[in-house]
Design a protein around this ligand. Structure first.
Ligand code: PFF
Length: 445
């Protein structure tokens, strides 16, 4: 069987497509708003730089050397304790769990593309009641668009690495960047731009408690798609002779700049036309549409383009969330791609319906435990626990299990003298930092 491989550009765009997602445009601005901006953004940026980048290289290396699904790659590469290390690959399950709520949110976005064409809410109150009605009582609209998201994602997966994933990313990622940059240029021309810069970059350290810290670190993993085998699985189809460090750099660079661009743009719009940085998941669905309304006709155009870009970001990430388990069933159980894609698709689709219902009045009560409903629990457990834990496993695996000569042979030529610093950070700094996060997590949950 001929093995499909990404082209060089195809790989970078697919991995960046995985990284750039709802996390960048939907989640990042609202959690930054929730934790007061500046200080939170700085913790997040530092994590990306100091920990994220080195784990990105490590995760790429596992895929690149392993050439198989996550479980098999871990198993093949581990010189000892294969049966134990193989569990590192089951992190791929986290992707399916994330898809449970991710697909529902993509559904909301589809719905907003359609409604923004003809109508924008004339006030935050109207926007809030529109969003809340959809969220808490409109099962059918949500179900319809969740189904559409499921069909799209599953279809692309059935087409495989080249004809599905690469092709989609080659079209959607550049389009997304053009849309965002165009809207960003407009934001820069507005008076409120400097207030947005101020909000995002002047730190108020009093806002940072252990909860904010854990959220920032968890988000760094989530946004870079680290710790669950998406990057690993894509890297298994990287061209031979690729430069992992340059690839990792591009992915981290694109992901971080798109988050910053989106954040600055949204906060500018919210300062200029709305009520300032809003908090909570409703930011792009409530405050933003009301701000678009204030812009006049151009607001409708912007709204449609914005939600399109958001949908593109979400869809390109979704396929990478499901692909690790698809690849697992293909490699380990010789399932056909069709069967693996449809089965995994159905998994997140059906449980996604439970997540959707956990926001609906009448069902909500039965699907809420403690302070979170099922939807929020899945989000919290995956982003704050599973991904950082997965990242830690990858760092330890490359740092301690795979023979140093092997790692060095692959990466010294690319990293040069930085190799020693990278290796040291992977072995000691990253695990210690992750351990501290885990400890504060114990307090938080
Ligand atoms: N990075 C994606 C986002 O920011 O929305 C989400 C994600 C994709 C997380 C793939 C993890 C992953 F493996």
């Amino acid at each position: 069987m001929k093995i499909a491989r990404f082209s060089r550009l195809g790989f970078i765009l697919a991995a960046a497509g995985s990284a750039v997602g709802l996390g960048n445009i939907w989640k990042f601005p609202y959690i930054a708003g929730e934790y007061g901006g500046g200080a939170f953004v700085l913790v997040y940026l530092l994590t990306v730089l100091l920990i994220g980048f080195s784990i990105m290289i490590a995760e790429m290396l596992i895929g690149y050397l392993g050439r198989k699904d996550g479980v098999t790659s871990f198993e093949d590469l581990a010189p000892r304790n294969k049966a134990l290390w193989k569990f590192g690959g089951f992190q791929g399950l986290a992707g399916l769990f994330i898809m449970i709520f991710y697909s529902v949110v993509i559904g909301w976005i589809f719905h907003y593309i359609v409604t923004s064409l003809s109508h924008l809410p004339s006030s935050v109150e109207e926007a809030e009641s529109t969003f809340n009605t959809m969220l808490h009582s409109d099962v059918w609209t949500q179900l319809f668009y969740h189904t559409l998201a499921f069909i799209w994602i599953t279809y692309v997966l059935t087409r495989g690495i080249k004809g599905g994933i690469e092709k989609m990313n080659l079209v959607l990622m550049p389009t997304l960047m053009i849309i965002l940059l165009g809207m960003f240029a407009y934001a820069v021309s507005l008076d409120a731009f400097s207030r947005a810069v101020d909000f995002m970059f002047s730190p108020d350290w009093s806002k940072i408690d252990s909860d904010a810290f854990v959220t920032a670190v968890g988000h760094a993993f989530f946004t870079l798609s680290l710790g669950m085998g998406a990057i690993l699985t894509y890297s298994a189809s990287m061209e031979k002779g690729s430069n992992l460090v340059t690839n990792a750099f591009w992915v981290v660079f694109l992901d971080t700049s798109i988050a910053i661009v989106a954040g600055l743009m949204l906060f500018t719009f919210l300062y200029q036309y709305g009520s300032g940085p809003a908090k909570g998941p409703g930011l792009v669905f409530i405050s933003l549409p009301a701000a678009f309304y204030e812009m006049g006709v151009i607001g409708n155009v912007f709204a449609v383009l914005f939600f399109l870009a958001l949908a593109f970001a979400g869809l390109t990430s979704s396929v990478s969330l499901v692909e690790p388990m698809v690849q697992y069933f293909i490699d380990r159980f010789r399932w056909s791609r069709l069967r693996a894609s449809v089965s995994m698709g159905l998994f997140f689709y059906l449980i996604g319906i439970v997540a959707l219902l956990s926001n609906i009045d009448g069902y909500k009560e039965a699907l809420t435990w403690g302070d979170k409903n099922f939807f929020d629990w899945v989000d919290h457990i995956t982003a704050a626990i599973m991904l950082p834990a997965g990242g830690l496993v990858m760092a330890l695996f490359v740092g301690f299990s795979i023979e140093k000569q092997r790692v060095e042979a692959a990466l010294r030529p690319q990293l040069g003298i930085a190799f020693d610093a990278w290796y040291f950070s992977l072995r000691y700094i990253t695990p210690v930092a992750m351990f501290i996060v885990m400890l504060s997590l114990m307090k938080v949950i």
